[in-house]
Every structure is written in C-alpha cells, then in structure tokens.
Design a binder for this molecule. Structure first.
Ligand SMILES: Cc1cc2nc3c(=O)[nH]c(=O)nc-3n(C[C@H](O)[C@H](O)[C@H](O)COP(=O)(O)OP(=O)(O)OC[C@H]3O[C@@H](n4cnc5c(N)ncnc54)[C@H](O)[C@@H]3O)c2cc1C
Length: 553
C-alpha cells in the first residue's frame, strides 16, 4: 500500500483502479505521472527479472491503457474546491463515519455544509481497497453492535439499515478454550454457567452491572477490578469477556470499567453485526444521501488551519484557500485539531495541559488475503475468529510485535452478493506505533513480509493448505493507517478515556469549535463514531440556530 514510486506492482495498478472507481481524477493524474516516470526502471526490471516479465508487462500495458484513457490536458490540474461557496454555516473536517454523519444530519436540517476530506475517497477508516482479480478488501468491517442498524435507519436511510445483518459464528481458539458463540447475553450466560461452571447469580449480576453503566458513573473502578469483583481469579473468564473488546476498541484491563461495560453491553444486546455489500457499497450509499441532503463534499482537500477570531470560529484554510464558516466539526485526530489546526494560544492553559495529557489509543496491523477463484472456505470456519497461542490473556501480548493473537475475519461471497464470487480473509492485530515507526525502508519491507508469512502460518491451522489457495496477500501497518488518515501514531481507536472530556470541552473554549470522532474508547468503533457524530451535530444545530448567519474574516 505504501510502495516506492519507482516500482510497478499489483498495488499500483489497483490504486489506479481504486481511483477510477472513486472518480478521483487528481489521484489518477498523480498516479499516471508516476507511471511515466517509472517506465525506464520498469523496463530495466524486465531485463533482469525474467520470472516477473509477463506479469509486469501485462500490468504496464494495463496502466498505459488507463493512462491514455484519462490523460486530458484540459482537465489538469484539477481544482478540488472548484465552485465552493465563499461561506458555509459549518465545515466538517474529515469524512470518517462521525464526520459524514454530522454532515448528513446538519445538511438534512437545512444548514449549508461543506465536508472536506484529505484522502481520495470518503469513509476514513471505514474503507476498502481493490486488487486485480476482482478482490476487494475491507479494512474495518469486522463487526459492530446491533445499535448500528438503528442509528443508520434514523440518521442515514432505510436502504443502508436494511443491509445490516448478524454474524452468527464467532469463534475463540486459545490454549484455555475453543468455542463458537453467537456472542449475545443468552449464549454467553449458557457458556459461563455450563462450560465455565460459574454461579448463575454472579453471571446475571455481572451482566446487569455492565448494562447499567453510563458515562456519569464512578470512573475510578477499572475493568480488572470489575472482573475481580464478579469472577475472582478466573483468567479464562476474563479472556472470554475481554479479548474481543480489546480488539474492538483497544481498551485494557487498566481502563475505566465503564469503557468496557458500555461497549460489551452494546454487543451483548443482540450479538455482532456487519454491513452486507461491503464498505464500498455503504460509503457510496452514504455519498448519495449526503448529496440528497445538499452537503457539498470534497475529496483531496487537506485542512491546514482552523481560523479563530475574538468571537469564535471564523473559517478554515484548505488547500491554501480560506473558506468562511460559523462552526467547524473536526473529525480529524483530536490532538491534531487542537495543537496543529487551531494552535494552543487560543485555549486556556489548563485546557492545553489536559489536552497534552490525552493518550492516543494503540494502532493495528492487518494482513489481507484473497483466495484464488474457485477456492472456498467452509462457513463452519466462522465469521470472526479470535485466536491466540499465548497461554494467558495479557494486553501487552496483544500489542507485541511478536504476534501471538490474531482476529481473522472471513468474508464469504455473501458479504458482496452482487460481485464475482470471491473469498477473502483479513487478519487484524493490535499494534504499537513504536515497533514500526523507525524502521528504514528495507527493514520495513522485511517486517511486512514477515508479518504476511507468520500470518499464513497461523491461518494454516484453520484453513489447511491456505498457501496453495491464496492468490494475493499483503500487509498494512501502523504507518499505513497514519498515511491514509493522518491519525497521530496511526491510532486505530482514537484516544484513551481522558480524550472524551477534552473533545467535549472544545465549544466552551472556542465558540463554534467541535470535535466528533473516535475518542475515549466509548465513542470509537463504527457505532461509537456514528453516535458521537449525532450528538455533536445536535449541538452544532442548536448553536447555529441561535447565532447570526454572517462572519467577518
Ligand atoms: C484495523 C482496524 C479494524 C477496525 N475494526 C473495526 C470493527 O470491526 N468494528 C468497528 O466498529 N470499528 C472498527 N475499527 C474502528 C473504526 O473503523 C473507527 O473507530 C471509525 O471508523 C472511526 O471513525 P471516525 O469518524 O472517528 O473517523 P476516521 O475514520 O478516523 O476518519 C477521520 C477522517 O479525517 C480525515 N482527515 C484527517 N485530517 C484531515 C485534514 N486535516 N483535512 C481533511 N481531512 C482530514 C482523514 O483522512 C479521515 O478520512 C477498526 C479500525 C481499524 C484501524
């Protein structure tokens, strides 16, 4: 995904296909330029690498044919801000699920909304990419709670909501236990009482306590203390209850118990759900809805500054141009919003102290694997498989570069019923930025290769002969997530808990300044991000309704 510009590989071809798919002509022109500059090197490669000749030649022809099809001197360079208004009611920075949801609600309410995304497609971490052979990989479509269906129905539309379906086979396999569950309260109660032999009253007490938790509760109790209270000394039970949630939002046993209780209960209400049709279908339907609601959305628009005057937010600087607005919703990383886009001089010193103390959540690595046409995986393999070779559940082991725990997501053809019949497998692992950030290019490539190889080794247990069946495999690292979303340290799940009050405190510091996006563990993940977008858009709507519609820059 982050290839040097002078190499033509599958990824380059697919990036072009991706760009064509998203209608992003800037991306295409940039890619085309790269292809021509790289021609000499490619043909030198041809001479020395006979084995690769046919594949590279075919790819090069494909690239050239796309290049000639799109090279129109009159359309270069494209102005991604062409025909924007000089002033909007609200500018939303970033098109993650929180940003898009805020924009959609505010557009629907009749406000003039400009949504600016620096990447060449909308979606943020809710994204996908394509590879030759009709393979499409989803990055973060692994599972979310049922609440997503209600939020999509209410704040997006019925068409989107109706594609949300339950995943029925959630598997665990580790040295302590192997089991399959529907991952809801009923099935977990059965497992905990019958298989783990726990007292039914303790199990019910635990579920009720978790269910009753909310943001205003005591925050001093940690998740470790919560488990210790109900299931003292039961490391196996902690593993069953905690491992999936750590994957879902990066929370640890030391985080406040409410960050666990709220998210766990959301899942336990009805199980794990997914969007049938794939992230590409979801985002394209969301784009249509944004258009219907009059939202002006732009890709390849990188906001460098949020302009603040004595009476609050005044506008933004994007692609070196100023655009006025009365409110800003930043869906960008919380710390980047405060320290880079606004500047600490605009905040109270105490607020800046609190903001500086906000810890980012961890990052991830992933390995994307596509099966050759005709190769299949038995559905009994599961939809989601939490597997680990570690004897005990330990958060630091989940993050360790020496990977022992992986979540495999299996995508059967039913995930994309309208496309060609394809099977894909994505392995996800929580990861530390520091393990990847300082590798030189050679070390980085070697580490990615090792990640792919060790993942295939691990997969062999569940999909025998997988190496023979897999047509394409590649890895993403914390650097990849940083590259595509600009999240500091490649954070996959925003910030730790303390980020929530800092995010919520922005409008008290600067009138018209809001943040909506993964923060505080609770507000992360697809559902958390969408719901936070809803909360913030309501506040922005109120603020806009109460203030005069003009701003002087
Ligand atoms: C590997 C992985 C697996 C995951 N799996 C799941 C899962 O199974 N279930 C689940 O619920 N969640 C999952 N998540 C988490 C989930 O994807 C995120 O929490 C959620 O999508 C974040 O949405 P967001 O609104 O916070 O914004 P993001 O998705 O973080 O988007 C922020 C957007 O802002 C843009 N931006 C940043 N700076 C600027 C700027 N200056 N100008 C313009 N645009 C800017 C970025 O390009 C990006 O598009 C996963 C995450 C990862 C990384």
């Amino acid at each position: 995904m982050e290839l040097p510009a002078n190499r033509i590989e599958n990824a380059d071809v697919a990036e072009l296909a991706d760009a064509l798919d998203s209608g992003s002509s800037g991306q295409i022109h940039k890619a085309v330029e790269v292809r021509f500059l790289s021609s000499a090197l490619v043909f030198a490669n041809l001479l020395v690498s006979c084995k690769r000749v046919r594949v590279v030649f075919q790819q090069h022809l494909y690239v050239l044919s796309i290049s000639f099809a799109v090279l129109d001197p009159h359309s270069m360079p494209k102005d991604f801000l062409a025909e924007t208004l000089p002033e909007y009611d609200v500018v939303v920075i970033g098109s993650g699920l929180a940003g898009m949801t805020s924009a959609n609600i505010l557009g629907r309410a009749g406000h003039r909304v400009l949504l600016l995304e620096q990447h060449y497609k909308l979606g943020g971490l809710a994204t996908w990419f394509k590879r030759p052979g009709s393979h499409t990989f989803d990055i973060s479509l692994h599972g979310f709670p049922y609440g997503m269906l209600k939020s999509c129905r209410r704040y997006w539309n019925e068409e989107i909501a109706s594609n949300i379906v339950q995943l029925k086979n959630i598997r665990f396999d580790n040295p302590m236990f192997s089991l399959t569950t529907t991952f809801n309260r009923e099935d977990f109660t059965r497992l905990l009482t019958e298989r783990f032999k726990l007292d039914p009253a303790s199990v019910a007490g635990f579920f009720d306590t978790a269910r009753g938790m909310n943001f205003y509760d005591d925050q001093s109790m940690t998740t470790r203390e919560l488990f210790e209270k109900f299931f003292p000394g039961r490391e196996d039970v902690v593993r069953l209850l905690m491992e999936p949630i750590t994957y879902a939002n990066g929370s640890t046993l030391e985080d406040p118990a409410i960050t666990y209780g709220i998210v766990f209960s959301n899942f336990m209400a009805k199980g794990v759900y997914i969007y049938e049709g794939g992230t590409d279908d979801l985002v394209s339907k969301m784009q249509k809805e944004l258009t219907n609601n009059g939202v002006d959305y732009r890709i390849r628009c990188d906001v460098s500054k949020i302009l603040v005057g004595p009476s609050g937010v005044q506008g933004v600087v994007v692609n070196d141009r100023q655009i006025k607005c009365r409110a800003v919703v930043s869906n960008s990383n919380l710390r980047s919003t405060i320290f880079q886009m606004v500047g600490e001089e605009h905040f109270d010193p105490q607020f800046i102290k609190d903001a500086a103390a906000v810890r980012l959540n961890n990052s991830s690595t992933q390995v994307y694997m596509a099966l050759k046409p005709g190769c299949t995986v038995e559905e009994s393999t599961g939809d989601l498989l939490f597997c680990s070779t570690a004897d005990l559940f330990r958060t630091n082991l989940l993050l360790d570069r020496n990977i022992t725990s992986r979540t495999f997501s299996f995508y059967y053809p039913r995930t994309r019923p309208t496309g060609k019949e394809r099977f894909a497998i994505v392995s996800s692992t929580n990861a530390n930025w520091s393990d990847w950030a300082n590798l030189n290019e050679q070390e980085y490539e070697a580490s990615k290769k090792d990640l792919v190889e060790t993942t295939l080794d691990a997969l062999e247990k569940y999909v025998p002969n997988c190496r023979d069946m897999i047509e394409h495999a590649e890895a993403a690292t914390p650097r990849t997530f940083h590259h595509y979303t600009k999240h500091q340290l490649g954070a996959s799940f925003g910030t730790k808990f303390e980020g929530l009050s800092v995010s919520r405190g922005l409008p008290q510091q600067i009138k018209g300044l809001y943040h909506a996006g993964s923060v505080g563990i609770i507000m992360s993940g697809w559902l958390g991000a969408i719901n936070y977008g809803v909360i913030v858009s309501n506040e922005v709507d109120q603020m806009l309704s109460q203030t005069a519609p003009t701003i002087a820059l």
